[in-house]
Design a protein around this ligand. Structure first.
Ligand SMILES: [Zn+2]
Length: 316
């Protein structure tokens, strides 16, 4: 039923040198980031929501599995509360439906509620109609639970590619105002070859939808993300901090992203190849400390407030 799309990010030559100069940031945009405000986000899903491994449980099995998201997300909220920072929580619709109190708790603490879709499907494995249904369903669940309008969307695995040209149009049709799904570099799921590394407003039928690409830093001319997932766990904190500083100096905000399972060293492991196992589980024990230091070393704004205030001075 789902359409398999296989296009992956191809080559990095066009992304090579001089990241800052290729971001096309206007002086106003650079002014908007002069305080170096970044965005911290959580993709709120469970330990078994790992994509594209044969051992991952099917949707119909999820409710039978021992869930860890409640405990881990509450722990993350506790860590964040200690820093008095406001963040964006991209809830999987399925998680919000099962644990609506997590949405309400995050909201009560002043965090933004946003959508991570409903079933955690890769975008390029859905038809445009299936995607619209999934993104709309998640939005409705989150809005019903939070009694507020959901503005933001992030796809599972940043899986928007050149093979999903309908993606932004369908997001707009579902009523979203911004997206943070584009991974501007090579990636296992998705990735788009682009020179747009800073936030930008989409045109051509997207009704002003704003894209906040996942942040990459240039390393030997290649785009590398140090700010979420495996790389955030893999690299020592000083490397992450230095690369974040480099991005801020270039006039871009850093978008950090974490998952609740990443602070849980004893969660069950799915069986997978050695390479995937390394990427999925390396250095889990370092994450809590890194998150605490990030929250204390940088200042933050939620995606929603950045859009509402046009904080990054995006042109209409
Ligand atoms: Zn996810």
């Amino acid at each position: 039923m789902f359409v398999r799309r296989t296009e992956k990010y191809v080559g990095t030559r066009e992304l090579t040198p001089r990241f800052a100069q290729r971001n096309h940031m206007t002086p106003e945009q650079k002014e908007g980031t002069k305080n170096g405000r970044c965005i911290f986000s959580i993709d709120v899903e469970d330990w078994f929501h790992i994509l594209d491994v044969p051992s991952a449980p099917a949707f119909c099995e999820w409710t039978e599995l021992p869930s860890r998201v409640e405990k881990n997300f509450c722990r993350l909220l506790e860590i964040i509360r200690a820093s008095d920072v406001r963040i964006t929580c991209f809830f999987l619709g399925w998680v919000a439906e099962r644990f609506p109190h997590l949405v309400r708790e995050a909201q009560a603490q002043g965090h933004e509620i946003a959508s991570h879709g409903y079933r955690h499907e890769l975008v390029y494995r859905m038809t445009s109609a299936q995607f619209l249904e999934d993104a709309s369903k998640a939005k409705k669940i989150l809005e019903d639970v939070s009694c507020s309008t959901v503005w933001g969307y992030r796809s599972s695995g940043f899986s928007v590619t050149r093979d999903t040209p309908w993606f932004f149009e369908k997001l707009m049709e579902a009523g979203y105002r911004y997206d943070s799904s584009v991974f501007p570099g090579p990636r296992g799921h998705g990735g788009i070859k682009t020179t747009q590394f800073a936030p930008y407003r989409l045109r051509d039928g997207s009704n002003g939808l704003i894209e906040f690409p996942i942040t990459v830093a240039g390393v030997l001319g290649r785009p590398v993300c140090f700010f979420g997932g495996g790389y955030l766990r893999l690299f020592p904190y000083w490397v992450v901090k230095r690369m974040a500083g480099k991005v801020i100096d270039e006039g871009r905000p850093v978008v950090f992203y974490v998952h609740p399972r990443e602070i849980d060293t004893s969660h069950p492991r799915l069986s997978m190849s050695l390479a995937r196992r390394f990427k999925s589980y390396v250095n889990l024990s370092t994450m809590e400390g890194k998150i605490r230091r990030l929250l204390s070393d940088f200042s933050f704004i939620t995606f929603q407030n950045a859009v509402a205030e046009n904080y990054f001075c995006l042109k209409d």
